[in-house]
Each structure stands twice: as structure tokens, then as C-alpha cells.
Design a protein around this ligand. Structure first.
Ligand code: FES
Length: 251
């Protein structure tokens, strides 16, 4: 297969970037999208050029580091699929493919297709943990959690923190990310102890990082490679407002 690749090239955060066009020939349909970029880089290096910088780690949809904006969609055209799980057979021979980094003020470009997502880390540092001593692993039936709740908490915990929700949202909102991280704790007994404090701190940090408000278009859910539901945003809002009511009652 042959492709025309239009790739965003940017030296660093201080310089302006632009699209550069590459013609890539003899791509195997079985190559993953990242393997295709490896193949391109091999050719660029062979010609004495600077390879395209992109982020990756696990290459199996687990770590969340491979976010690329492909033809106007976070992670490309396939639903519930990360960039590393996307294969070239999903494109047509001769296609033009536009590849960009995530676009959001809170995700500044470091180089080419790599953005700084440490704003997500700071949201987690603000409250995405359980600080009470839960002791060693208890006997599983001593802490009863219904299957429905356990399954929902697990669904929230499947968020890989890739940032596709932010890239998909016209307001660059991180509400789906924050909601999933808050919900994974808020629904289980161990997480309930600090739930009110946690939601307050994490939402405050999310706002401080410069993410926008929820646009209510559900584009985050649509483009999330793990299919995280916007229902978690409603849960986060409920948790947030009940934390405010509790605070008011205390004062
Ligand atoms: S490289 Fe880990 S999710 Fe894609």
C-alpha cells in the first residue's frame, strides 16, 4: 500500500510547527499505525533527516501513551481502538493521512507529535489515591460490593489516561478523564472515606490546568478508546455538589 502522510513537525514548544508531506510506499496492510511510522522514520533517517517524534510504550492498548490525532479523530477512524492497535488495512491504498498531536492548551506540544500530559498527573496527585491505611488484602467476602457496582468501578478504572477525551472535545474538557478517575474510587467502600475531599481537590486542579467545561456533545465518549461512559461525568457532578453541601453544613 502507498500513502501520502501529512505530519505535524514542530522542533519544540517555543517554535511554530507546520505540516510536512511524505510519500510512503510499500506499506504492509498488516503493519500497525506505529509500525508504519517506524518504517517512515527508518527511511527519513536513511536519507539523513530528523525522524518524526511520537510517543509509545506498550503498543497493546494499555499504557495510553500513543495518542495521535489521525484524519481529524483522536486515535483514528476505528472506535474503541488506540493508535497502537490501529492497522494500515483500515485505510485505502493511496489515502492521504493527516497526523497531528493532541490540540489543547493544557497539553503543550513538546516535539512533533508528542505533547506534555503532566496536567493529567497533577490531577491525580491532587486526590486520585486512597491515603487511609487499608491494611493487607482482606478476605474478599468481608467487604461486600455488589457485582453491578464492582463492574461499574472497573469500567471507570479502564481509563488509560491517553487524553483522547480532551482532544475530541471542542472545549478541551478533561471531565471524562477526571470523572473516570474519581468514580473508580467513589463507588467502592475503601474510596468512599475520602470521596468528598477527593472530588473537590481533583476538580479544582482540573480547572487550574486550563481544561474547558463539558461541551455536552458526548464526543469524549465516542472517541474514548476504552468506551468510558459520560455517565461517570454525571456521577462526578453529583459527588462534587454533595461535597459542597457537606462543607456548607459543617460551617
Ligand atoms: S502504546 Fe500503550 S496504549 Fe498505545
Amino acid at each position: 500500500m502507498n500513502f501520502i502522510l501529512k505530519i505535524w513537525r514542530q522542533k519544540n514548544a517555543q517554535t511554530k510547527g507546520s505540516f510536512k508531506t511524505y510519500l510512503l510506499k510499500d506499506v504492509s496492510p498488516e503493519m500497525s499505525f506505529l509500525e508504519m511510522l517506524d518504517y517512515l522514520n527508518k527511511q527519513i533517517i536513511g536519507n539523513g533527516g530528523e525522524p518524526v517524534t511520537f510517543e509509545h510504550d506498550c503498543r497493546e492498548g494499555i499504557c495510553g501513551s500513543c495518542g495521535l490525532y489521525i484524519n481529524g479523530r483522536p486515535h483514528g477512524p476505528m472506535r474503541n481502538t488506540t493508535t497502537c492497535e490501529l492497522h494500515m488495512r483500515e485505510f485505502n491504498d493511496g489515502d492521504s493521512i493527516v497526523i497531528e498531536p493532541w490540540r489543547a492548551r493544557a497539553f503543550p506540544v513538546i516535539k512533533d507529535l508528542v505533547v506534555d500530559r503532566s496536567s493529567f498527573e497533577r490531577i491525580m496527585h491532587a486526590g486520585g489515591f486512597i491515603s487511609v491505611n487499608t491494611g493487607s488484602a482482606p478476605e474478599s467476602n468481608s467487604n461486600p460490593v455488589s457485582k453491578t457496582i464492582a463492574d461499574k468501578a472497573f469500567d471507570a478504572a479502564t481509563c488509560i489516561g491517553c487524553g483522547a477525551c480532551v482532544a475530541a472535545c471542542k472545549n478541551s474538557s478533561a471531565m471524562l478523564y477526571a470523572a473516570a478517575k474519581i468514580a473508580q474510587y467513589a463507588m467502592i467502600p475503601q474510596g468512599k472515606v475520602e470521596a468528598k475531599e477527593r472530588v473537590d481537590k481533583m476538580v479544582k486542579q482540573m480547572d487550574a490546568e486550563g481544561f474547558g467545561f463539558c461541551s455536552n456533545t458526548y464526543s469524549c465518549e465516542f472517541d474514548c478508546p476504552k468506551g468510558i461512559s459520560v455517565d461517570f461525568i454525571a456521577l462526578m457532578n453529583r459527588e462534587f455538589f454533595s461535597s459542597k453541601v457537606c462543607k456548607q453544613k459543617q460551617t
